[in-house]
Write a protein that binds this ligand. Structure first.
Ligand SMILES: [Zn+2]
Length: 463
């Protein structure tokens, strides 16, 4: 009897003991609306307590005066390497997903990363890589030649087969970049929407054209909204700012209108006035200046050196291929997107040996510092909603994007008075500041503002 009693007391005591406790922080959870001082207890990689009274833990981090938020979920992260995961973690991102371009095949992509990633990762199966494989394109990431052309009915069937296989292997939906496969017919695109509807997955789409000149953003938006309506598919439109440019307010109205008529359409934006893509891609075919809102060579910045282009260097680098920043998005368009309640935050970032667009390293801290603290473009809670529960819900992930008992212990702790991005177009490989702690699946990957070396708790996110 006595022994049993002692055993019961011991197990009750250990039940109150957590692996990790975040103590005294200002917990902000957009999913529940909680904004109060709370103590968070983590056990076995999950949130096990959100408590008004102090908790006991094997490891206790006092985060008094800091905001404790669900880890940020980036729906648009092309950078899927240890280098990129490191920068994402320092920007508060605990889950980085390649949803626009996607991957194919899916299985080896996940297998390569499992056990080797600091943060959670995942991908759609991509119409682009599937098409590049079937049409034997010579490009690596984006099409360069054959995959920009028309696909025969047989090739289209093969592409759809690859997409089906990817979904069976757990891909998070279907990625599409219609702008990169310029000769893909509207019928081919609609068939992909039909597959998405049939499998009840979301299509993450970079639309056919951009900018104010037809064929441009408006007619492209009409194409994908019509495809979503006609097929019943769920649609997520990527980077609404760089695609719609000055037409962004009208694009957002069209999306809100589609939503109010029960179409499942969502969108995202990054907090920068420049986009970036491969100079050798179809985006820069004849007439690109008008299509990007009336810019010229000097508005293009070669990522490798930071130099602004001329007609001569444009021609030379276009043959060579490589990333170029496109300074084409008006600042007020960025502000409009940041403040629109339906727009999620997503980076569209990739770094390669320290080169790329600063959005890869600074997107989330930039929203919190520049647009929330400095410009009051939106409230802090609204910004966090766009980074956490909104993307989680778009993915159908109930276990992420919220600070609730039972959720994955993906947590970001930042100082709202100090959080700021440092990455620039000239030097994008600079960590954000003011984010002292980041926890992924219960493991601390950023501590006292420094990377915890060797911490690789990230897991593949599957559908
Ligand atoms: Zn894109």
């Amino acid at each position: 009897m006595r022994t049993l009693l002692i055993l019961a007391m011991v197990s009750a005591a250990s039940a109150q003991q957590y692996d990790l406790v975040l103590a005294n922080g200002r917990v902000m959870d957009p999913a529940s609306g909680v904004d109060a001082v709370r103590h968070i207890g983590v056990r076995a990689g999950k949130i096990a307590a959100v408590s008004a009274s102090p908790l006991r833990g094997a490891q206790i981090l006092d985060v008094k005066g800091l905001v404790v938020a669900p880890g940020f979920i980036d729906l648009h992260s092309h950078g899927q390497t240890p280098e990129n995961y490191r920068f994402k973690a320092r920007d508060g991102v605990t889950t980085a997903l390649e949803l626009e371009v996607g991957v194919s095949p899916v299985k080896p992509w996940y297998a390569e990363r499992e056990g080797h990633a600091a943060i959670n990762f995942g991908a759609t199966v991509g119409h682009i890589p599937a098409r590049m494989a079937v049409l034997h394109d010579s490009g690596t990431f984006l099409p360069r030649d054959k995959a920009t052309g028309t696909a025969t009915p047989d090739q289209q069937r093969q592409v759809l087969d690859l997409l089906r296989r990817g979904l069976e292997d757990g891909a998070l939906g279907i990625g599409m970049g219609i702008a990169y496969v310029t000769e893909a017919t509207r019928a081919e695109i609609f068939d992909v929407f039909r597959l998405g509807a049939e499998r009840k997955v979301v299509l993450y789409v970079h639309m056919r054209n951009s900018g104010p000149v037809e064929p441009g953003a408006i007619d492209s938006l009409q194409e994908v909204i019509a495809d979503a309506a006609g097929s019943g598919a769920s649609l997520h439109i990527v980077h609404i700012t760089s695609t719609c440019l000055r037409e962004a307010p009208l694009c957002l109205e069209m999306i809100a209108g589609a939503r109010s008529r029960n179409l499942d359409v969502t969108t995202e934006a990054y907090p920068y006035t420049a986009g970036m893509t491969d100079l050798s891609s179809a985006i820069f075919a004849e007439g690109w200046e008008k299509r990007t809102g009336g810019i010229t060579y000097g508005d293009l910045q070669w990522a490798l050196t930071g130099e602004r282009l001329t007609a001569e260097s444009f021609a030379r680098y276009r043959k060579q291929g490589g990333m170029v920043a496109i300074h084409s998005i008006p600042e007020d368009v960025v502000r409009t997107a940041m403040s629109a309640s339906q727009v999620m935050i997503a980076s569209d970032g990739i770094l390669q040996e320290g080169k790329g667009h600063p959005r890869a390293a600074g997107t989330y801290a930039r929203v919190l510092g520049r647009y929330v603290r400095e410009q009051h473009t939106m409230s802090l809670m609204d910004a966090l909603r766009k980074m956490t529960v909104m993307p989680a819900d778009r993915l159908g992930l109930k276990s992420k994007g919220r600070l609730a008992v039972g959720a994955d212990a993906d947590i970001t702790v930042f100082d709202p008075a100090l959080v700021t991005d440092r990455a620039t177009f000239e030097n994008p490989a600079q960590y954000s500041e003011g984010i002292p702690y980041v926890v992924v699946n219960g493991v601390v990957v950023v501590k006292n503002g420094e990377t915890v070396e060797g911490a690789l708790p990230g897991r593949g996110v599957h559908r």
